[in-house]
Design a protein around this ligand. Sequence first.
Ligand SMILES: *Cc1c(COP(=O)(O)O)cnc(C)c1O
Length: 380
Amino acid sequence: MSDMMPFIDLAAQRARLKDKLDAAVMRVLDSGAFILGPEVTELEQKLAEFAGAPFGLACANGTDAIVLPLLAMGIGKGDAVFAPSFTFAATAEVVPWTRATPVFVDIDPDTYNMDPESLRAAIEMVKREGKLRPACIIAVDLFGQPADYPVLAEIAREHGMKLISDSAQGFGCTLHGKHPIHWADAQTISFYPAKPLGCYGDGGAVLVKDETVRDLIKSFRVHGEGKARYEYARIGLNSRLDTIQAAILLVKLEAFPEEIELRQAAAARYATGLNGHVKTPKVIEGGLSTWAQYTVEVDDRDAFRPFLAGHGVPTAVYYPIPLHHHEPYAGYPVTPGGLPVTDAAAQRVVSLPMHADILGQDQGRVIAAVRDFFAAQTRT
Ligand SMILES: *Cc1c(COP(=O)(O)O)cnc(C)c1O
């Protein structure tokens, strides 16, 4: 049994940025502006600038980051919101919060992102049934890579629908050099610590294009506040970002472009070492992934994972059970023909250690363990 290497090494990043992080946090402690302080405004501007978005707004987490634009766009009862099932619960759970109905769509077998053909079929189904109004698409940048935005945006336009990019895992990803917000009406970000751009607690942000939507989100995130303090124009929620987290994120955002480069190099090393042994990830043409996860596919995952663990290699499965199979989601519509690609992927995917600070030597151990597993299999 070898030492277990980290799956995501937050301590290495902490050591690399320690002095700047410590100073940033201390400045906030001394300032006394703990919630939505000046660092939050600065972060909102820098995030928008980074992604080429007109407006950025911070909030409490990446889940609220999705519900806030839904609310601001007026999505609600009678609306169908199309989302993948092969994603984290947050993508779909926010839809019933607004009293709209999630409709599950299948994915592309190579990118694990929303399959535009499956989306078209789901929209036609909803229109035929005539009970719901196709209102919004939530595309997910799963494992860090951009969804097929040019096509999704075209479908949204054809049907007069909104397009939200759930970029909780993918913030920083681009397609033909452009960020998802180039095509989407809103792009949402999670700063959960293990995400590619993570803070030291919960945090989130949403990028938007429309000024009215921006103003409505600003109101919704502080209880629906109107023009004056303690005057309420709508039913809102409490979704603010702590200033300490914003200060941490300003430091991390500065290091982020270099970290994205380091992640490209790590992904390339895996691809070279693992090709021909397992199904390695395929990024959409013209796409740049932030590699939130490096996810491969194997036939015998239940034997593969303990074998790797025995060689000091931790693994994780995102996601073992697609959302539409969980009891609370089982009653919502799925696209005609169901979600065969989603169901197959859920059986086969397994994610390997991946982070900006991963050592070539550790990746060598991962690659050797994977090869050993298949070599041992052919022997038996
Ligand atoms: C992490 C995640 C979220 C939610 O982010 P939180 O900050 O944990 O609320 C939403 N969607 C996806 C795809 C995620 O991976």
